[in-house]
Design a protein around this ligand. Structure first.
Ligand SMILES: C[S@@+](CC[C@H](N)C(=O)[O-])C[C@H]1O[C@@H](n2cnc3c(N)ncnc32)[C@H](O)[C@@H]1O
Ligand SMILES: [Zn+2]
Length: 497
């Protein structure tokens, strides 16, 4: 059996041909998210569908010319060549960075300022014609998107260059900012973080996290969420763990007896949506048996004495989709000759390639359709082992109720192992990081606590960043933990606001 890529290569047919046959019922086997084909089946189907004109082309990128114009010209020749008895029209071209600069010249002049264009050309100046096709398109597109991002980042001019340097210098990839996360976020560049994973302070649940009333708490959280939206990269994710609490909201009820279930999860969803995020999922973390004795009601087994108990928490998943209508290059041919399409989702601008020499067209003969989000998700260079999600993780998080134990804080001697903190188990950041980030990217926890998120991020080959306000309580806890987790080989990089 052959993978899609292998069969295209083996039989020298175009992807469109394969798609057309598949649409008509060509047998194939689905393994994970990819398909496998039997060579003789495909050959039979080609033979039986010869009238289909899409069957008679294939791409030969070997045959190239040094002349830029010729390099990208479609050259159907009269002399058809024979392959396994079928006739094929041959055409040849290659995509290089010099070609893409020339092909897109008009659009680039229109879209970029002179300064931006200079910077863009500078970024690409080191690449000659040797880099071709997919790789050339990727390098060109990444540079192009970097320029657009820089433009967006200048809209928030308040960022602190020292902090930025701290965050962008890659040393140990385990970084903490000591201070208030609202202030820290304010000083960070827009769209400079790839994933956020956190568990915020729960309203009045600890002696160090006390607010006058529920509104004051939610107001504080709201401005942090607003700033986080700006700092999180576009089309990226925030995984937010929160439990409901039993407490006095100090609004409706004021007496010490006025405790009620405060559905913090529900309140947060509303705030996140109002601040621009899209609510995508609510995974229930089943914590199993709980420590609390509250529900036992001193053994009064009669109506109205039975209270529910808090044995689950929410793992909320939010997406950021900031609508950006700047055109982006086609991921197949690198052309900026693209038209805006209807938005696939609110906030996700979709495009259709209009370059008639593009290598990919739909079975309905439409140009390649794509968005910033689909380009990111389908980037073949990211399909590497470091980003592969193991079967165990997939199976564990298959359902949206997932059971694993909370962190037990008291050791066998009765001592609190992680200070007075409320750490979440590694399971949460592990899932979040594997599901929603690529190796080498920046993962931020603005309420770092004992630094669980950053440690897991580092272990998974990402850059782990935390912000923690309470240095006194957490400094030694964090350093001890890092030394244990990394056998004393890695040091924490610190920045104080
Ligand atoms: C629920 S704990 C996070 C626990 C963490 N996930 C862990 O595994 O240890 C919340 C943390 O947020 C910190 N915190 C509260 N307000 C903060 C703020 N404004 N800026 C930064 N950290 C803050 C608290 O000190 C506490 O450590
Ligand atoms: Zn294209």
């Amino acid at each position: 059996m052959f993978t899609e890529k292998e069969i295209l290569c083996e039989l020298k047919i175009s992807r469109t041909t394969l798609w057309r046959l598949k649409k008509k019922g060509l047998p194939c086997i689905k393994i994970g998210s990819s398909y496998r084909y039997n060579k003789s089946d495909v050959l039979d189907w080609i033979a039986n569908n010869q009238q289909d004109k899409y069957l008679i082309d294939y791409f030969d990128t070997q045959q190239t010319s040094e002349n830029l114009e010729l390099q990208f010209s479609y050259q159907p020749t009269d002399s058809t060549i024979s392959f396994n008895g079928y006739k094929k029209i041959k055409h040849s071209y290659k995509i290089t960075i010099p070609y893409l600069l020339k092909h897109n010249e008009e659009h680039l002049n229109k879209l970029f300022t002179t300064h931006e264009l200079n910077e863009f050309q500078q970024m690409l100046s080191g690449f000659n014609g040797k880099i071709q096709d997919d790789e050339a398109v990727r390098i060109f597109s990444n540079a192009y998107i970097t320029i657009l991002k820089k433009r967006h980042q200048t809209e928030h001019a308040e960022y602190d260059s020292k902090l930025d340097k701290f965050l962008t210098t890659t040393n140990n990839n385990l970084k903490i900012i000591w201070g208030d996360c609202f202030k820290a976020l304010k000083k960070m560049k827009s769209e400079s973080i790839h994933l956020m994973v956190t568990s915020p302070p729960y309203y009045n649940a600890r002696e160090y996290s006390q607010w006058e009333n529920l509104h004051a708490y939610l107001d504080d959280m709201r401005i942090i969420i607003r700033e986080s939206y700006r700092v999180l990269d576009n089309h990226r994710v925030w995984v937010f763990n929160i439990g409901d609490v039993f407490d006095n909201d100090n609004l409706k009820t004021k007496s010490v007896w006025g405790k009620r279930r405060l559905p913090l999860g529900a309140y947060f969803i509303k705030i996140f949506e109002e601040e621009g995020f899209e609510f995508v999922d609510d995974i229930i973390w089943d914590k199993g048996e709980v420590e609390s004795q509250r529900h036992k009601n001193s053994g009064i087994n009669y109506p109205f004495y039975q209270y529910p108990v808090n044995c689950y928490e929410h793992i909320l998943i939010f997406h950021k989709h900031r609508l950006d209508t700047n055109r982006i290059p086609c991921p197949i041919c690198g052309s900026l000759n693209v038209n805006g399409n209807t938005q696939s989702e609110i906030g996700v601008q979709s495009w259709e390639c209009k370059n008639d020499k593009c290598l990919e067209r739909s079975p309905h003969n439409r140009g390649k359709r794509f968005s910033l989000r689909s380009n990111m998700m389908q980037d073949a260079s990211k399909r590497i082992s470091e980003n592969y999600i193991d079967e165990f993780t997939i199976a564990k998080w298959r359902r949206d109720i997932v059971k694993f134990p909370p962190v037990i804080k008291i050791d066998k001697n009765g001592n609190n192992r992680v200070g007075h903190s409320a750490p979440f188990p590694k399971d949460i950041p592990e899932m979040a990081i594997k599901y929603f980030s690529y190796a080498g990217e920046k993962v931020l926890d603005p309420f770092a606590g004992s630094f669980t998120t950053a440690i897991v991020a580092k272990k998974l080959g990402r850059i782990g960043i935390g912000i923690e306000i309470n240095k006194q309580m957490f400094e030694s806890v964090i350093k001890k933990r890092i030394s244990e987790e990394f056998n004393g080989e890695i040091e924490l990089e610190e920045f104080t606001l």
